[in-house]
Design a protein around this ligand. Structure first.
Ligand SMILES: CC(=O)SCCNC(=O)CCNC(=O)[C@H](O)C(C)(C)COP(=O)(O)OP(=O)(O)OC[C@H]1O[C@@H](n2cnc3c(N)ncnc32)[C@H](O)[C@@H]1OP(=O)(O)O
Ligand SMILES: N[C@@H](CCO)C(=O)O
Length: 350
């Protein structure tokens, strides 16, 4: 199916992969079948050497050319005229892939609160199924930020020599207690919503608003709010920072649901590349691909030191740092710096 995107003049296709092979999860549970919605841009070349696989962050979807429109599109760094770009909606997310409101084949009704816990390793395993289904033998670049970067690291390790380059943005090899702590406060906000526990799509949605408001503070930097949300006049109440966070909470609750948020924030907590592999340093050392790890100087969530650590422990690592007041979300915003870092990374390989 060919569609024209309103965001760029490019050929895209939207498909759903129906996996009927059971997926064994780290928890011991099994997903008997699952769907992954995915979007592709451009065409694979004859050598099958132009595959760019994008992994989205916590609340993203497969429309990578929309939310990364400064990097993907005609004449952008990743250009569908030259690259075959693919992005799949992560398992557990509500943009077309199997998630808590999908039918549980064992019961014939939605999973709701019985949706199994998935880890970043499980998410990578589900993407691997899609790769095999599509007959993609080689991935030129696997790229993702935050939760997406965690899934990329997991997958990069198991892809071995089938992957040439991994670009990991604002992410980490093992989720820190700091990040788990923020995720827990957000889940506590969801739990305190009296509709949490009910079986419908709006269950926990007021709690989700609060969760997103908390999360936004971790995605921004104090300087960013100072620049954008300072008051223009003296006042004692009704602050712009307050309405901004409330607005952001409502904005997410309109397009996402609390159960998917719960599932994916737990997946983020689970992330430990070194689990069962002798620790993160050993695991990072087993990644065959060249790795570009990009940190953000103002990231208060996934610290730039964590990003630097990745580049130091892989066999062939490079570290670059985005300078921005935007905080963690700079990886979704600072396109000029990103394109420059990518350009130099690929040039160094020639
Ligand atoms: C269907 C989908 O959307 S799929 C998913 C797409 N999203 C993703 O993939 C997740 C990644 N993207 C993101 O997290 C975000 O889009 C980002 C980080 C790239 C940008 O975040 P934004 O929310 O656009 O930027 P920012 O923090 O500056 O906030 C701007 C918004 O807050 C509003 N706002 C700003 N100040 C205030 C205030 N004081 N009071 C109320 N609202 C305010 C603006 O009007 C604007 O609203 P809009 O989004 O309706 O246009
Ligand atoms: N702003 C990102 C989360 C941070 O990686 C999102 O909503 O997916």
């Amino acid at each position: 199916m060919n569609l024209t995107s309103q965001y760029a003049d490019l050929t895209m296709a939207k498909e759903v992969f129906h996996s009927t092979e059971p997926l064994q999860l780290e928890s011991g549970e099994v997903l008997r079948k699952f769907d992954l919605a995915y979007t592709t841009y451009g065409q694979m070349n004859a050598k099958k050497s132009n595959v760019i696989w994008v992994v989205h962050a916590l609340t993203g979807d497969s429309n990578a050319a929309e939310w990364w429109n400064g990097l993907i599109g005609e004449d952008k760094f990743f250009d569908p005229g030259r690259h075959f770009i693919i992005c799949a909606n992560l398992l557990g997310s509500c943009y077309g892939s199997t998630h808590p409101f999908s039918e549980n084949p064992d019961t014939g009704i939605p999973y709701f609160y019985d949706f199994p816990q998935v880890t970043t390793r499980d998410l990578a395993a589900s993407l691997e199924r899609l790769r095999q289904h599509l007959g993609i033998e080689r991935i030129q670049t696997l790229i993702g930020g935050s939760l997406g970067g965690q899934v990329c690291l997991e997958w990069a390790l198991t892809l071995g020599q089938k992957l040439d380059n991994a670009v990991i943005l604002a992410s980490t090899a093992k989720t820190s207690p700091w990040v788990i702590g923020f995720n827990e406060t957000q889940r506590m906000a969801i739990e305190s919503d009296c509709t949490w526990g009910e079986c419908h799509e709006l269950a926990g949605s007021k709690g989700l608003e609060t969760a997103r408001a908390i999360a936004m503070l971790t995605y921004r930097h104090p300087d960013d709010l100072l620049i954008k949300q300072s008051e223009r006049e003296e006042k004692t109440d009704g602050f712009r920072a307050s309405s901004y966070l409330r607005y952001q909470g409502k904005k997410l609750a309109k397009r996402f649901n609390a159960l998917s948020y719960w599932t994916l924030s737990k997946a983020m907590d689970s992330h430990d590349l070194g689990r069962g592999r002798g620790g993160v340093e050993i695991a990072l050392g087993k990644i065959e691909a060249k790795v570009l790890s990009i940190g953000v100087n103002s990231d208060l969530l996934f610290l730039s030191s964590e990003c630097q650590f990745i580049s130091q422990k892989v066999k062939r690592g490079t570290y670059k740092e985005i300078k921005s007041t935007a905080g963690h979300d700079a990886f979704l915003i600072e396109f000029e710096q990103l394109a420059y870092f990518l350009q130099s990374f690929y040039l160094e390989q020639r």
